[in-house]
Design a protein around this ligand. Structure first.
Ligand code: SAM
Length: 200
């Protein structure tokens, strides 16, 4: 990852969503992006130039645009029409973002456009977040990684967030090795980044 002092940045053309520039780099704000928060808080799974990424829950492309600055290609799945409009505009300017308007619960619908990926990044804030991740493992190379941004309140608002994360972890361990669980406070309350490796 690229740091200027303690500021996380990415190396792309600016003006995507009004982000600040610093020494010609795009500042990646941990308050606007859970993935930036993960890195600011010491997360260890770096993005690399040869990576292919499947991004589930791309919204208007804020975080996806930064990921695209680091990697080879970002297949960006989003099902809500309004954010997809912004995502399409970003994809017009960044040739390595492939926008896919689809429901991440239905990977069969976008399988024809997909190839194997090195990383699945998921930020969908749905009650069935783990199930969605599992369905998309068909695209993940053996040895590839999943970063699941778990919004515990979307799973169960009444349960202790630590219990929800422990439940998600044990479900994921059916197919994956969990290598890291990192809470995203103070940037994002009750969110945990669960990082896993695909056993294949
Ligand atoms: N990752 C984005 C970022 O950092 O810029 C923010 C994502 S926002 C928290 C969650 C997004 O997931 C919303 O835009 C929502 O429409 C999308 N989403 C939720 N469920 C989905 C599904 N089943 N398929 C595709 N997109 C979904």
């Amino acid at each position: 990852m690229i740091w200027i002092g303690d500021v996380l940045v990415s190396p792309g053309e600016g003006g995507v969503y009004g982000e600040r520039m610093l020494e010609g780099y795009r500042v990646w704000d941990p308050r606007r992006s859970k993935l930036a928060a993960y890195y600011l808080l010491g997360g260890g799974l770096d993005l690399a130039p040869d990576m292919r990424v499947l991004y589930l829950g791309a919204a208007n492309g804020t975080t996806a645009s930064h990921v695209a600055d680091y990697v080879d290609v970002v297949y960006s799945v989003e099902f809500a029409p309004r954010p997809v409009q912004d995502l399409l505009e970003i994809a017009r300017r960044r040739k390595n973002i492939v926008p896919i308007m689809a429901d991440a619960n239905r990977p069969d619908e976008y399988a024809p456009f997909m190839e194997w990926v090195d990383l699945i990044y998921q930020d969908v804030a749905q009650p069935n977040q783990v199930e969605i991740a599992e369905k998309n493992l068909i695209f993940l190379k053996p040895g590839g990684h999943l970063i699941l941004m778990l919004k515990t309140r979307s799973v169960d608002v009444r349960r202790d967030p630590a219990d929800v994360a422990a439940g998600a972890r044990s479900e994921l361990e059916r197919h994956l090795d969990v290598v890291e669980v990192r809470w995203l406070e103070p940037y994002h309350q009750d969110h945990a980044a669960i990082v896993c490796t695909h056993r294949g």
